[in-house]
Design a protein around this ligand. Structure first.
Ligand code: B12
Length: 212
């Protein structure tokens, strides 16, 4: 059996080299080796995406390569998802989650959704490019405990504020949690949100604290 560090290395490399086949096989290897999917995502695939982000920032690679890297990551996530979401028994609460209007980045949101499902939450995933009104509608309809919104761009992070404002306007009593690269604790505080979450690793514990 392969060593854990080697498998993590292969997961990272699969994203860095946008190798969809390697992503799938390394993900299967990780499961066979008993590596927790959350750890494989954060410390394997996620590290690969960090390299991609850096290379993109430095103009060493361009959008097609970022897209290809995303496809590798998504392939591996498909392998992990059934395991991450299995065992959802006693429902701990309902979370409405989506990526905000104007923003199509969904990998991070998908990771968080899978982790929450795995932790026993009823997750209503509205997808990406979702208007504030849709978040509010879904929160009301499903009597959600928490609304979570992801925004990956400085141009779309402002929509997180629109969500808080609309929830207040419509008097929907629900906790809010926000994430994505341009968000931070200060921002979430300034818009009147409840929690800022920097990574999937912390998402479950943070949502637990909100529904407690
Ligand atoms: C992959 C990627 C893409 C992929 C997305 C594929 C997909 N299916 O999602 C593709 C190639 C499609 C893409 C497109 C674009 N992208 Co892009 N992309 C990225 C990149 C490199 C990585 C994002 C990612 O998936 N990371 C991996 C995941 C696992 O991490 P994450 O998203 O941060 O999520 C974690 C945490 O943040 C947290 N979290 C996130 N959301 C939430 C929500 C909740 C509720 C909680 C609890 C936690 C949480 O938990 C997650 C799991 O750990 C980023 C760089 C970066 N630094 O983020 C640029 C980046 C976000 N993109 C950028 C841009 C500009 C674009 C485009 C506009 C490019 C273009 N010219 O067309 C388009 C977007 C069009 C649109 N309208 O949305 C810029 C944004 C700049 C800005 N204005 O702020 C970035 C920062 C790159 C850069 N440095 O310029 N992109």
């Amino acid at each position: 059996m392969s060593d854990k560090a080697e498998i993590m290395g292969r997961l990272k490399k699969s994203v860095e080299t946008w190798d969809v086949k390697l992503a799938e096989s390394a993900a299967k290897e990780a499961l066979a080796a008993g590596i927790a999917p959350g750890e494989a995502v954060e410390k394997g695939l996620g590290k690969g995406m960090e390299t991609i982000s850096k290379q993109f920032d430095d103009a060493k690679i361009f959008l097609p390569q970022v897209l290809a890297a995303s496809q590798a990551m998504e392939k591996a996530l498909k392998v992990f998802e059934p395991v991450m979401t299995k065992g959802a028994s006693a429902m701990r609460g309902t979370v409405v989650i989506a990526t905000v209007l104007g923003d199509i980045h969904e990998i991070g949101k998908n990771v968080v959704a899978a982790m929450l499902k795995g932790a026993g939450y009823n997750v209503i995933d509205l997808g990406r490019d979702v208007a504030p009104e849709k978040f509010i509608e879904a929160a009301k309809e499903n009597k959600a405990d928490v609304v979570g919104a992801s925004a990956l761009m400085t141009t779309t992070v402002v929509v997180q504020k629109d969500i808080v404002d609309l929830l207040k306007e419509e008097k929907v009593k629900v906790k809010t949690i926000f994430g994505g690269a341009p968000a931070n604790e200060e921002w979430v505080k300034s818009i009147g949100g409840d929690k800022y979450c920097p990574s999937g690793a912390e998402a479950v514990e943070m949502v637990n604290s909100l529904v407690r």
